[in-house]
Write a protein that binds this ligand. Structure first.
Ligand code: ZN
Length: 290
């Protein structure tokens, strides 16, 4: 089951988020029909978004991560609510690139140079927006840089997506470890030592690891204490009703010109790739509700 496990360790001098997001990333792949490198890039950002969404305080808070790079993938957008319902898409899901020098999916090249925006909508007039440049385009390093430079929280982030031979998602997950302001030198050293035990999250999961054992490994010798387990899923809150409301709100003139065309109109939800089609008769009914 996809989940995020939250823990503290070393008497709450560090906090840890560990996630298994295999099914969530596979759902994203199915919905957007992504190529492996697009699956990896979108999957890594979905995992980061899901973990970061559980740092939100308010029930109605929304977190959006947006990577705007100059690589062939174009923009990648992920939104998550405070219950780790996460959705996302990549501008060009069909990008195919050769593997990189170490035989891995070349996410860095597919993303390119650009920036990461972290948008926290807490129901206030203006959302909080943090923006940092992309450091490598590998996404985990870019999120690490964001935490250090925009939130001033020293963190270590690992994200991984392993694509199977049949192009489905075999493993996906990640972790975020954060130092709290009063963390001692001793704890920092121990943590650095422990981090060396994890070469890649997907390898760790391939060898039978779980989010719980990932926490055990990251916090070995520091008495980890699991505080919460949160289920994660790919979920989009779009609906035919919402699309109807949007059509009603576009204005009489525009809706009338759609009706006069005499053809069905299809609107697509970018986040989950669902089509909503309206016949001219249905559009006429909507115009009566304007
Ligand atoms: Zn949708």
């Amino acid at each position: 089951m996809d989940r995020i496990v939250k823990a503290t360790a070393a008497n709450a001098q560090i906090r840890i988020f560990a996630a298994d997001t295999r099914d969530t990333v596979e759902e994203a792949r199915n919905r957007h029909d992504t190529t492996p490198v697009a699956t990896a890039a979108l999957g890594r950002l979905l995992c980061a978004g899901a973990m970061m969404s559980t740092m939100q305080k308010g029930e109605d808070d929304l977190l959006t991560l947006k990577i705007t790079g100059d690589g062939p993938l174009g923009a990648i957008t992920v939104t998550a609510d405070s219950n780790a319902n996460v959705k996302g898409y990549v501008a060009n899901p069909k990008v195919d690139l050769p593997l990189n020098a170490v035989g891995k999916l070349d996410v860095s090249k597919a993303v390119g140079n650009g920036r990461l925006d972290v948008i926290r909508d807490m129901g206030l007039k203006e959302p909080y927006v943090g923006q940092t440049p992309l450091i490598s385009g590998e996404i985990a390093e870019d999120i690490t840089y964001y935490f250090a430079n925009s939130e001033q929280v020293p963190s270590s982030v690992g994200l991984g997506v392993l694509v199977d031979r049949d192009l489905s998602v075999k493993r996906a997950g990640g972790f975020i470890v954060q130092l709290l302001p009063f963390a001692s030198e001793e704890v920092i050293e121990k943590l650095e030592e422990n981090l060396k035990q994890i070469s890649a999250v997907t390898t760790f999961f391939e060898q039978g690891g779980t989010p719980e054992s990932l926490i055990e490994t990251l916090a070995a010798g520091m008495e980890p204490n699991i505080t919460e387990t949160v289920p994660v899923r790919f979920y989009c809150n779009c609906s035919r009703e919402r699309v109807e409301k949007a059509l009603i709100s576009i204005g009489k003139e525009e809706l009338n010109s759609m009706i006069e065309e005499g053809k069905p109109v299809t609107l697509n939800c970018g986040f989950c790739n669902t089509d909503y089609t309206f016949t001219p008769e249905e559009l006429k009914e909507l115009s009566l509700r304007q």
